[in-house]
Write a protein that binds this ligand. Structure first.
Ligand code: SF4
Ligand code: FES
Length: 336
């Protein structure tokens, strides 16, 4: 075991644990944001630098601080290590710089983007960004591309986190897309157009932290915060069959995988569950989804409303008792 202290909180973790995962074991606001790391995808992380932290003490044996900020998703803890995340002004300043970089080419089209409300870059910008950018040059622009009949790719919104490439490599039979070119010419390959005809390809939409890959069957149907997420399952021979249904009224507008509090998919789902089963009768409903993340989706979440209804019912019962015992007219303020 290795003992690590992150922002003053100490925990013992197994050898080989990364700083990011140690922080997740502690939980709360000290957990660094992660735009490219994904616990369910091997080799993810190391691309975006949003998870940077300061190692102010390397280890018990060698207490020297690390000379530069490090990517917490790629740096393993050492026994006695001391790490600063939100307690380090240097980290916060660097993270604001990363947000500025990520937003150089990313359009601010949130008002028309389907990812709005569940976009990790939106959250990151809100929590760590600055009001202005210093970038004055022409932004990169790309045409929108249809990847098969179910997925739309906006390369302009892509932040090159490589998660979709890892989904293609690790879940689909044979990867047919990737990142072409390097530096500011890097882009998700347009071979993707011919590509995504695979039973697990829809998972790319779920792992994309921004609105670069969106579900064509859901595009422009509703803002996500007007939909009601519900956990459901069915027997499926291709995947776990555990999904989240997003209702508007009686209609299921989309089906996604369930996500944990870090916005990561809990169990991958197949395209048949995602696209071909959009009737309530196709599913066994498990109950209201719990949306952990602080987001507009959880802000007005009806899970709270259900609780409120129960509370209100109890209060109404008490009130009814009083009302009946005091007789008709008890509500009239003139009847003291
Ligand atoms: S399309 Fe989305 S998931 Fe793929 S690299 Fe770009 S941002 Fe990441
Ligand atoms: S999450 Fe660590 S570098 Fe992207």
């Amino acid at each position: 075991m290795a003992r690590v202290t992150i922002d003053g909180k100490t925990i013992d973790v197994p050898e080989g644990t990364t700083i990011l995962n140690a922080a997740r074991m502690i939980g709360g606001e000290i957990v660094p944001p992660a735009m490219c790391y994904y616990s369910k995808l091997k080799t993810s992380g190391g691309y975006c630098r949003t998870c940077m932290v300061k190692v102010s003490k390397g280890s018990e044996k060698d207490p020297r601080p690390m000379p530069k900020l490090v990517a917490s998703c790629r740096t393993t803890v050492m026994d006695g290590m001391v790490v600063q995340n939100i307690t380090s002004p240097e980290v916060l300043e660097a993270r604001a710089g990363v947000v500025e970089f990520l937003l150089i080419n990313h359009p601010l089209d949130c008002p028309i983007c389907d990812q709005a409300g569940e976009c990790h870059l939106q959250d990151l910008g809100y929590e760590n960004g600055k009001m202005n950018t210093r970038y004055e040059f022409k932004r990169r622009e790309f045409e929108k591309i249809d990847i098969g009949d179910k997925i739309k790719l906006h390369v302009t919104r892509c932040i090159l986190c490589y998660r979709c490439v890892q989904v293609a490599e690790q879940l689909c039979d044979g990867r047919v897309h990737g990142v072409l070119n390097r530096g500011d010419h890097a882009e998700i390959s347009t071979y993707i157009q011919n590509a995504i005809d695979n039973e697990m390809s829809g998972n790319m939409i779920d792992v994309c932290p921004v609105g670069a890959l969106t579900d064509r069957t859901f595009r422009f149907k509703s803002r996500v915060w007007f939909t009601k997420p519900v956990e459901a399952h069915r027997n499926c021979d291709k995947c776990s069959g555990k999904v989240r249904l997003w209702y508007k009224g009686e209609e299921v507008l989309r089906v996604t995988a369930r996500k944990d509090k870090y916005g990561e998919v809990e169990d991958w789902i197949c395209n048949s569950c995602r696209y071909d089963h959009k009737k309530t009768s196709d599913w066994v409903i498990d109950g209201a989804s719990h949306v952990d993340k602080h987001s507009v989706i959880s802000a007005n979440h009806y899970e709270n409303l259900l609780k409120l209804t129960q509370d209100t019912k109890n209060k109404l019962k008490q009130f009814e008792g009083k009302y009946v015992s005091r007789g008709e007219g008890a509500l009239n303020p003139n009847n003291k």
